[in-house]
Design a protein around this ligand. Structure first.
Ligand code: PHE
Length: 346
């Protein structure tokens, strides 16, 4: 009886294998521990016939040794395995490599600041697509069919028909496309700013790039006036460039605003007395603005007899260059960490 069980256990031990610590422990509990099957068999020895005891005792001892050897063997493979795994992922003898700490890009710093100022005036933030239909970038904004800005030299077209159509697909040349999308889907009052990346087919130089950033703004409600535009821009300029900053609105033309004006701020480098940055004029230009043309409101389904509005747009690169005295636009896209780090905490 004992002899049969011994034979069965021998087969079982020889067949067994373990692949993790839990299985190793199960093996130990079954064959090695005091509560295991071997203890039980040794106890059984006492009631075996006296003449068999010696032989059975030897068999049991052999079984015990076999179990212990196997246990040792299993234990070693498992320990080695986990050591190997560890050393494959971490080499504790390697010298430490200093990590490259990044920093917020100056364009992001300035964009965030612009957003913050307008948010405090009650503007929310809207985004729209960079790949856009002609309708949203040009037609809805009152651009004539033959307007030069539609030409290949300014606009990157993705698909273009012989004669301009509203379905032509292009890379947006300004974030005004978001204004159209907003007006089409939301009833006034609308008070929103649109930050984003824009594209124009320009040769890359210190002063021009084919990819740059704008923040545009739109305010539409009953009886919004040019004075509201001026107050808003004046408040922004003081918050952005300092409380002594002045603004100047210079008559201009945009197809989507009437009247239109360029936005100048008093030069915050020289305070208006004249320097290289303002080319000795005392003023620097930061963007365009105007009262939304009634045609644009009607194109977007807003009753121009009931509502009026203003819009403005400014270049983030331009403001950043003025603010930090950066003289080459290309630095923004070179991705040189030494350049970017200089603006931390600035
Ligand atoms: N969309 C114009 C541009 O990109 C800027 C602008 C916006 C001007 C709103 C007036 C009003 O040049």
């Amino acid at each position: 009886m004992i002899a049969d069980r011994v034979r069965e256990y021998i087969v079982e031990i020889e067949k067994s294998s373990v692949s993790n610590k839990e299985e190793l422990e199960a093996f130990r509990m079954r064959f090695i521990s005091k509560k295991g099957v071997l203890t039980e068999l040794f106890d059984g020895l006492k009631s075996a016939p006296a003449e068999d005891r010696r032989a059975l005792g030897q068999e049991l001892n052999a079984l015990k040794n076999l179990a212990q050897d196997r246990f040792k063997e299993f234990n070693e493979t498992i320990e080695n395995g986990s050591e190997k795994e560890l050393s494959a992922t971490v080499d504790l003898s390697l010298p430490v490599t200093p990590g490259e700490q990044g920093a917020l890009h100056p364009l992001s710093i300035v964009k965030r600041r612009i957003i913050e100022i307008f948010e405090r005036m009650g503007f929310n933030v809207s985004y729209g697509p960079e790949i856009e239909k002609d309708w949203y970038n040009f037609s809805a904004l009152n651009f004539a069919d033959n307007h030069p800005a539609r030409e290949m030299q300014d606009t990157f077209f993705i698909s273009k028909s012989e004669v301009a159509t509203r379905e032509d697909v292009l890379l947006r040349t300004h974030t005004s496309n978001v204004q159209v999308r907003l007006m089409e889907r939301q009833k006034p009052p609308i008070r929103s700013i649109m930050p984003g990346r824009v594209f124009r087919n320009e040769a890359i130089s210190a002063r021009a790039h084919c990819v740059f950033h704008q923040v545009e703004g739109l305010y539409i409600d009953r009886s919004v006036s040019f004075k509201d535009l001026k107050d808003t821009l004046y408040h922004f300029a003081k918050e952005m460039f300092g409380k002594d900053t002045k603004i100047r609105l210079r008559p201009s033309y945009f197809p989507f605003t009437e009247p239109s004006a360029e936005i100048d701020v008093s030069c915050f480098i020289c305070g208006g007395s004249g320097c290289n940055i303002c080319k000795h004029s005392g003023w620097v230009e930061i963007g365009g603005s105007g009262m939304v043309d009634p045609n644009v409101l009607e194109n977007c389904g807003i009753d121009s007899n009931e509502y009026t509005g203003f819009a403005f747009g400014m270049g983030v690169e331009r403001i950043t260059m003025l603010r930090y005295g950066i003289n080459d636009l290309r630095l923004f896209t070179e991705n040189d960490i030494r350049f970017i780090r200089q603006f931390q905490g600035a």
